[in-house]
Design a protein around this ligand. Structure first.
Ligand code: SF4
Length: 409
């Protein structure tokens, strides 16, 4: 792994020293609001008392100290019976991994903490429900060369790595990520040759796994190769790093990314609790570098399925110059029933957001259609009728208005 200095992450060092009492305490109950800054600091001082803030802010340190087993998890919290049963399984499971930083955002005393539900396995993952599949989007059928999905004519999905620092339990690509299949990096050259040979491809989305876990050198190489293909007009990166490993957004990485502008980064954001001083700084660094930022969020039962939580999340994203882009209905990946809401619940959330806040804070609510039909937007019913009188629309308050559509006059 290349060595990245954390020296320049100085603004994250500006934490007030903790009192002896604070260092010695167990975490307070979840109803006591702690400041975002003290959250990570308390965690570090309690569980890593000999670790300096500079080490904590080094993304390599975070990766090295990931929590990946039940035994390690016991150090931090008491697993629920469902979590213990899931992690005790002897047969293969989608890997478990969480960075110390992300664990520090979780209320360790609250088994219902929203972020905890998204990263700590539950035995419900073992239950296969009707309609679920390991490849619900049928991506394997639109994979002309390994590691490349070519579903839409002018766009491809470049699966650059199978590694993520944190594994989301509802991951659509759990069949590919987690390092249990062949390393996707082996296929880069074939995928690049395919893109170079197809002049209709103008948009490449680098995904995985999480591409921002690649080293600066590897990422720079991939971006450089794509830049040299004349018909590729835009490159996008999909990542969750700014919210699970914000220490990765180093000045050195920013320098690489800046070289290959225009560059678009879509950040996977789940819940307002993911906002901290570190994640804000990561997003701001990317925005300051002239990278266009958008977000994508998966609608998850018991995690973010309320108007208040979603509105809060989208508002917070805008404060760090991330435009809410997609709200995804959770894909029917095998073992995901405990995460999936009804479509009506999603519509209800959209009804509660649109019109009640700035349009900039409203993402597209989409279903990525099973079998590979692509993303289809879902709208609450705003059109009431369309006849010779015009188009009758229901506004966000439920009031009716008619637009005099010329075609019907
Ligand atoms: S970060 Fe993305 S690719 Fe990685 S586990 Fe989460 S959803 Fe899957």
């Amino acid at each position: 792994m290349e060595q990245v200095s954390a020296q320049r992450l100085t603004s994250l060092d500006e934490e007030p020293p903790l009192t002896n009492q604070e260092v010695g305490i167990t975490f307070p109950p979840s109803d006591i609001k702690r400041s975002e800054k003290s959250r990570s600091t308390l965690f570090r001082k309690k569980f890593f008392p000999n670790t300096t803030l500079t080490q904590w802010n080094d993304w390599h340190w975070q990766l090295f100290h990931r929590i990946t087993t039940l035994e390690q998890l016991y150090t931090y919290l008491s697993p629920t019976a469902e979590e213990k049963a899931a992690l005790d399984r002897k047969e293969w499971m989608f890997p478990f991994s969480v960075t110390p930083y992300y664990l520090s955002l979780i209320d360790l005393n609250d088994p219902f903490d929203p972020l905890r539900k998204t990263v700590i396995p539950q035995i419900a993952e073992n239950t296969v429900s009707p309609g679920e599949a390991v490849d619900p989007l049928g991506e394997d059928h639109t994979t002309p060369v390994a590691g490349l999905v070519h579903r839409y004519p002018d766009r491809v999905l470049f699966l650059a790595t199978s590694f993520c620092s944190v594994y989301c339990r509802y991951c659509t690509r759990s069949r590919l990520v987690g390092g249990h299949t062949e390393a996707l990096e082996e296929h880069w050259e074939h995928a690049l040759d395919y893109i170079a040979g197809h002049s209709e491809i103008r948009d490449v989305i680098i995904s995985g796994g999480d591409p921002l876990t690649l080293s600066d050198g590897r990422l720079g190489y991939l971006l450089g190769r794509l830049k040299k293909i004349s018909h590729v007009q835009m490159v996008r990166i999909g990542t969750k790093v700014p919210f699970v490993l914000p220490q990765r957004i180093t000045p050195a990485l920013i320098k690489v990314l800046k070289t290959y502008r225009p560059l678009y980064i879509n950040i996977h954001a789940t819940h307002p609790n993911e906002f901290s001083e570190a994640s804000r700084q990561a997003c701001n660094r990317l925005a300051d570098a002239g990278i266009v930022l958008g977000s994508q969020t998966v609608l998850l039962k018991g995690v973010n399925d309320s108007v208040a939580t979603m509105t809060n999340l989208f508002h917070k994203l805008l404060t760090v110059r991330v435009r809410p882009y997609y709200l995804f209905q959770c894909d029917p990946i095998t073992g995901s029933a405990h995460f999936r809401t009804t479509i009506e619940a999603g519509k209800e959330i959209m009804r509660g957001i649109r019109g009640f806040t700035s349009g900039f804070a409203v993402p597209y609510y989409v279903v990525d259609t099973p079998g590979g039909g692509g993303k289809v937007p879902i709208l609450p019913e705003y059109e009431v009728s369309h006849d010779e009188k015009g188009l009758c629309l229901r506004n966000y308050e439920g009031k009716l208005f008619t637009y005099p559509d010329e075609r019907h006059l």
